[in-house]
Design a protein around this ligand. Structure first.
Ligand code: WTA
Length: 685
């Protein structure tokens, strides 16, 4: 890798190549600018940073290259508290089912809580919780340990033990974090389901994981509205196949009553009654599954991504230090939900393992107004702010429309580092974030990673890496990212290709729960020389070697940073058997959400027009919301008497993508059975 030191100021970064633009709808946004701005960190930032300057970054990369296992051994020793220190580092004997630190033992919750007892962190605020309505609750590390321990005892008293799976369906609350940490404390594997997912999604995840208990809340508060959670769990359990569930624990988030099934359901206070606040952590092997988290792939069925304890925790802690340059006095805020991997790594585990004070927010960025984030940064003196491009883009719009919610209406001087995650950040949004939120003084760490990677993979270091808007820059030390062609051969810088990781890393996915074959096929396809296939396209800058992610190369969409499979949505649509004969789903670029879902639908009835078409489109959206969740609702629905297909009967998805984008059709359409459908499919409802 070429060194890109401060001397490289003014380096020019090439635009995304023309061939690369084909691979993703996101590239339309990316190609708007020929990016040539470079923002090196200030001397003061470099001086104060943990990884100070590109030389320090390079030294770590060199250490990993010289002695890969020694590098990870050192970091595991320095960053994790082991009850039994590992003698093994990487076990490659059963590739690609890699093991890390396999003979080591630890407990993740002890690494986040117990570790700090008797240190200055003990009485430090661990969590500043701000509820949807604005109430603020603070909890110290010592108090959090007592809460987690008591909850762990409550779980044990109900027969839940090491190796069991527990489904967590909770709102953003301290209690949600306590529930996850308590599972980890007793060695139970948690499977968190985002509170926006449907009963069917909950049921599928219970069945696939074989969970024994559900931890949920009566309701959740979002934007001033009380939304049911327990009722959705009840519905899921009534769908059948969930007989493994013996207990449902219900946090009473609001005063409104909910249905409780005698013998099965208990409120938190009933479950915790008489439980001690002291619970020794259960030590587990490093490879013990800390959690399973479902994410979308290229088939209709979500994948249960299984993570380890030791390697995962090491990376969650270490990336807090490296990527965010965390200092004891920092106030860290990751705006993700605990239902996504970002919430797991950068709310529930990383910040606590690193001893940070973190903000946890229940609500939405636009309630009671679109200045909520900026007002909260001011109120809690947030110094590190980590959010998603989609939030930034929507807040840009809001603050253009209303001065009062513009970041400049709040005092943001406490900020020192900004972060971005979940999707490519377009240079315009990057510049706005840099200027208006960061006051041109805060480095932006654009972090590329995935549910499967467990933690950050490619991103700048705030006290080292010169920033280029829209580029996630360079891989972290020890991470061997490369861009290859379809045969697994590296392509020269400047030309695009497939993003891979050439060597395993400690926090990588271990397998897909219940489906090791799918794990192998999805991530380690034979033609790629044993490299990990990320599923994204990328291009490296010709001069600097900087990475620029161009978007997914498979059938996965990224809508507002939420991952969704086109096949999942198609399956949901065709499951409406009274109405839908056939459906195809593609993504198209969207200014705010990055990508938008566009569904092409063939009905089992004559082609609808006008109001009738609108009505059916609404019915289909509601149906998808019920099948998957509101985030999966197609933005555009188009009806046709059939779908454009090749002679062999394959749906012409490229043609559909062009139609979705509103592009001129340049593809050969001579093979179409019924060319009239192109006009039909042009109409959006
Ligand atoms: C995309 C979220 C560009 C990418 C942590 C990846 C990004 C998918 C970035 C994983 C980024 C995430 N720049 N693209 N900084 N971060 N992505 O599993 O397509 O929800 O494969 O994990 O999001 O989404 P997931």
């Amino acid at each position: 890798m070429k060194t890109f030191g401060p001397q490289a100021r003014g380096a020019r970064v090439r635009p995304v190549s023309a061939t690369q633009q084909e691979t993703s709808p996101m590239s339309a946004i990316q190609s708007v600018l020929v990016e040539n701005r470079v923002f090196p960190p200030s001397e003061a930032t470099v001086k104060a940073a943990r990884i100070s300057g590109m030389e320090a970054y390079q030294a770590l990369c060199d250490e990993a290259e010289r002695d890969f296992e020694g590098f990870w051994r050192r970091l595991a020793k320095e960053n994790v508290v082991w009850s039994k220190e590992p003698t093994q580092v990487l076990d490659e004997s059963n590739k690609p089912f890699y093991k890390w630190f396999a003979d080591g033992q630890l407990n993740a919750s002890a690494n986040c809580l117990d570790k700090h007892m008797g240190t200055p962190v003990e009485n430090k605020t661990a969590i500043i919780f701000e509820a949807d309505g604005g109430e603020v609750t603070k909890i110290t590390y010592k108090e959090l340990l007592a809460r987690v321990s008591q909850f762990a005892n409550g779980l044990k008293a109900h027969g839940i033990q090491k190796g069991d799976r527990v489904l967590v369906y909770m709102p953003m609350t301290i209690e949600g974090i306590v529930a996850m940490q308590a599972c980890a404390r007793i060695g139970a594997t948690h499977s968190v389901v985002f509170g926006g997912f449907s009963a069917k999604a909950v049921q599928e995840r219970i069945q696939d994981g074989g969970a024994v208990a559900v931890i949920t809340a009566n309701y959740q508060m979002r934007g001033g509205k009380e939304l049911p959670l327990k009722a959705i769990v009840d519905e899921a359990l009534s769908m059948g196949g969930c007989e493994s569930i013996k207990n449902v624990f219900v946090y009473e988030r609001t005063k409104t009553a909910c249905n409780m099934v005698a013998g099965r359901d208990k409120t938190f206070s009933q479950m915790l009654e008489g439980q001690s606040t002291d619970c020794p952590p259960e030590m587990v092997d490093a490879e013990h599954p800390l959690f399973v988290l479902y994410t979308s792939g290229s088939t209709g069925k979500p994948k249960g991504v299984q993570h380890s304890t030791g390697g995962y925790l090491l990376w969650a802690k270490l990336t807090m230090d490296w990527t965010f340059d965390l200092k004891p006095e920092d106030v860290f805020w990751c705006t993700a939900d605990i239902g996504w991997v970002t919430g797991h790594s950068y709310i529930v585990y990383g910040p606590l393992a690193a001893g940070a004070t973190e903000i946890v927010f229940e609500g939405v960025p636009t309630y009671p107004n679109a200045g909520r984030f900026w007002q909260m940064i001011e109120r809690h003196k947030c110094s590190i702010f980590y959010t998603a491009p989609t939030a930034i883009r929507s807040l840009i719009k809001a603050s253009e429309a209303d001065e009062k919610v513009h970041p400049k209406s709040s005092d943001l001087s406490s900020l020192r580092i900004l972060g971005s995650v979940g999707e490519p950040i377009n240079p315009e949004a990057w510049m706005w974030y840099y200027k208006n939120v960061g006051g041109e003084r805060c480095p932006i760490v654009d972090t590329f990673w995935q549910t499967e990677t467990g933690g950050h993979m490619i991103n700048p270091l705030p006290g080292a890496t010169p920033l280029v808007p829209g580029s996630c820059t360079l891989p972290l030390p020890g991470i061997l990212a490369a861009i290859v062609d379809e045969a697994g051969n590296e392509v020269p810088n400047g030309s695009g290709g497939i993003l891979v990781f050439k060597k395993p890393w400690p926090s990588m996915i271990r397998t897909i729960w219940n489906d090791p074959d799918r794990f192998k096929k999805s991530y380690f396809p034979e033609e790629l020389k044993g490299y990990y296939l990320a599923g994204d396209g990328a291009v490296r800058d010709a001069e600097t070697g900087y990475f620029r992610i161009t978007g997914r190369i498979d059938d996965v969409l990224n809508v507002s940073g939420h991952r969704m499979g086109t096949m999942e949505i198609e399956s949901a649509l065709v499951a409406k058997t009274d109405l839908v004969a056939e459906a195809a789903v593609v993504g198209r670029p969207d200014d705010t959400t990055g990508e938008a879902i566009c569904a092409f639908v063939v009905l089992k009835r004559p082609l609808p027009q006008g109001d009738e078409a609108k009505q059916i489109a609404k019915e289909l959206r509601d149906w998808v919301a019920k099948e998957i969740g509101p985030i999966a609702k197609p933005k555009d629905i188009r009806f046709g008497e059939n779908l454009p297909k090749t002679r062999s009967g394959k749906i012409m998805r490229r043609l559909l993508r062009s139609l979705a984008k509103g592009e001129q059709i340049t593809q050969d359409t001579s093979t179409l059975e019924n060319p009239a459908i192109l006009t039909q499919l042009d109409q959006t409802y």
